[in-house]
Design a protein around this ligand. Sequence first.
Ligand code: SF4
Ligand code: SF4
Length: 381
Amino acid sequence: MEQAVMVEPDLRLVDQLMSLGAGDVKKCFQCATCTAVCKLSTAENGFPRKQMLLAQWGLKERLVEDPGPWLCFYCGECSKDCLRKANPGETMMALRRYLTTQYDWTGLSRLMYRSAAWELGILGLVASVVVLLFTLPRGFGFGLLNQAGPQALRSVMLDKFAPVETVHLADTMLALLLGFFLLTNAARMFRRLTRNDGIPLATYLRRLPTLALQLFTQSRWKGCQADDAIKNWVRHLALASGYMLMFTLVVIFLPWFQVQNDSLHWTSYLGYYATGVLVAGSGWMILDRARQRGEMYRFSHLSDWLFPALLLLTAATGILVNLLRVENLPMPTYVMYTIHLAVAAPMLVVEVPFGKWAHLLYRPVAIYVDAVRKDALAARG
Ligand code: SF4
Ligand code: SF4
């Protein structure tokens, strides 16, 4: 006979969730209309009513082992139909922020999500390190003026100011660092979701294509019932493709991508595409959020602004570097290049593994685990 397990409620949980954006969670009285309304919710894994209950009861452990919050794509339809105005869609969003803080073993996510001062401070710290690397005297950093030499002050010589091998090495180290943090956090998430589930490894292996499909296409979004679901899906996908492409160009193909003249390499065309979708996609998202267009953008946490804002700034400063270089304005080019890296580096090192970006990995992992659980249930009859 199965032993009943006592679960200790965490009485601070509901307040923590409220501070992360679930301001109305206490209003829920469990009518379940939201679950009936949500097209993504299933008989095997119903949401968001269940998560509203777990949050109200302070059942933190049950929440951390639940893929449900990541199965929601925040269309906001359930919030429209909630008679109690408990905003279940927003609670699911706040839960994702909360879970991000729980998966992260460094504690940085927790600091960043709970305090704007910490989030801005950490981003500012990484940006300052980049600026110092370029402005400190030679021997301590790359050395802006002293290393470039007088010739590089007469015409733009980006490779003298920021030698491509040095920048490439720094990029690679950055990629390894953020990959390490992101993957170890995702591994913690996976372990919590699958702990003691008794599902055979073969079931997990058979379902790996689902993980790859969701990682590269985010196709589950299409199942959402909101009028603008397809638009949001395409925009999100385009933005993610621009981001991943730019990341690949900078980390792997920098020697060809960071050009010193006007010759066009094939990486340049990919760079134009990536820059275009980054500017258009992030700018459009910021505008929608500012106008609070649609349920999805009715509430905004600082983290919702920061990631698209940093993406837009990275792309815009990259365009400016190129324009100044073409105009042959040495010092403005070098200054803009430093600003460009001072925006891009914190976005990569801080926002990707510890902030909002991480949902691009967490969500496919949750969808994958949910699919494996369904397969296992079906196999048990
Ligand atoms: S969130 Fe609203 S719709 Fe959902 S169960 Fe609670 S009261 Fe009902
Ligand atoms: S916000 Fe949309 S996807 Fe999320 S639970 Fe509500 S109806 Fe479902």
